[in-house]
Design a binder for this molecule. Structure first.
Ligand SMILES: Cc1cc2nc3c(=O)[nH]c(=O)nc-3n(C[C@H](O)[C@H](O)[C@H](O)COP(=O)(O)OP(=O)(O)OC[C@H]3O[C@@H](n4cnc5c(N)ncnc54)[C@H](O)[C@@H]3O)c2cc1C
Length: 297
């Protein structure tokens, strides 16, 4: 394989927002969709497992040797915005804050909420990331993907994708998101959109440990309840295992106090689940995706 487009034995900790990760046997950051497609074909031909990551902002990677190829989409960042029609064409690696700010500057309404989510467009579609009542699904027209098995490229219309709370059908099919077409409302009040975008980021940084290594909310909110409240009720705020700590600012966040291992974090996740299940009879389902664990994602 071409040595220039992948590396071997790559430490993944700097590719996750919680700054923890194992060592990937092969690692690549393709700069184009052609390069990504080529790498996927190589993985298939050589019977190597291929795993896709975006900004790693919702990922716990075990501190082990990860066999096969890990590909990060962050260099796929072409973004085309038509301010008149409101049509946006973006590659999977475009960061949501970049998208949100670019929409605001172009007077397009509807992406203001996304400014504080430090993930890629591909990751956000896969996770159906959003705030309490809005996600990108609202503005989506279609998604371009590559079939991981056949390497076939296809475009899927929104109506053929299932979106639920922090769930999309991409979590159960074998497709890699390469780009998306979206529509946002044109001709908005530029100043107001910019102000709302700025305020949304301010609220995030004031209510979450935004600048510390974390992966955002660890658990999905159970129906008619809040994971953060349940964790608070257990008296777990500030509880630590090794370098992993339940944030004192937001109990549904685990932060890495510089020296956490993936084991510390995993054990803390399990401990929370056990306590909440024992005392409240509620199973907290992780929102965080895991690589290199036996945990059923
Ligand atoms: C400080 C902080 C605040 C956050 N706030 C929010 C919030 O308000 N709302 C919210 O919903 N989330 C939030 N998150 C979580 C996270 O940012 C989102 O889930 C985000 O969408 C993940 O995108 P990513 O690119 O980082 O994906 P990654 O973490 O890299 O990957 C997540 C999953 O998506 C898959 N994936 C990624 N890219 C692709 C692709 N192109 N094709 C196929 N599969 C892919 C990966 O395999 C993995 O299973 C927050 C995280 C942090 C650290």
């Amino acid at each position: 394989m071409n040595k220039k487009i992948f590396s071997e034995n790559c430490n993944l900790s700097s590719y996750t927002s919680i700054k923890v990760g194992g060592v990937a046997e092969y690692f690549a950051e393709p700069k184009s969709i052609e390069e990504l497609s080529y790498l996927m074909k190589w993985a298939n031909l050589n019977k190597q497992r291929c795993q896709i990551i975006g900004a790693g902002s919702n990922l716990l990677i075990n501190n082990t040797f990860i066999k096969g190829l890990v590909m990060c989409t962050k260099k796929l960042k072409s973004l085309k915005i038509d301010p008149y029609s409101g049509i946006v064409e973006a590659e999977a690696g475009v960061m949501l804050p970049t998208l949100s700010n670019a929409l605001a500057k172009n007077g397009l309404q509807g992406g203001e909420w996304a400014v504080g989510i430090p993930g890629t467009l591909g990751g956000a579609i896969y996770m159906n990331a959003g705030t309490s009542n809005i996600s990108l699904a609202k503005n989506l027209i279609s998604v371009k993907v590559i079939n991981n098995k056949t390497n076939e490229e296809l475009e899927i219309k929104k109506k053929d994708i299932t979106f639920e709370y922090r769930f999309s059908s991409f979590q159960i099919n074998d497709l890699t998101i390469i780009s998306a077409r979206l529509h946002f409302e044109p001709n908005g009040d530029l100043e107001q959109i910019i102000q709302t975008t700025k305020n949304n980021l301010k609220v995030k940084t004031e209510t979450q440990p935004y600048h510390l290594p974390s992966f955002g909310s660890v658990f999905k909110n159970p129906e008619n309840n809040y994971a953060a409240k349940l964790i608070d009720d257990m008296g777990l705020k500030g509880y630590r295992i090794g370098g992993a700590e339940i944030s004192t600012m937001h109990s549904n966040f685990i932060i890495n106090n510089s020296s956490a291992s993936s084991k510390d974090i995993y054990e803390l996740i399990t401990l929370i689940q056990q306590k909440v299940l024992q005392k409240k009879g509620i199973y907290l389902q992780p929102e965080v995706r895991m690589i290199g664990f036996d945990y059923p994602n």
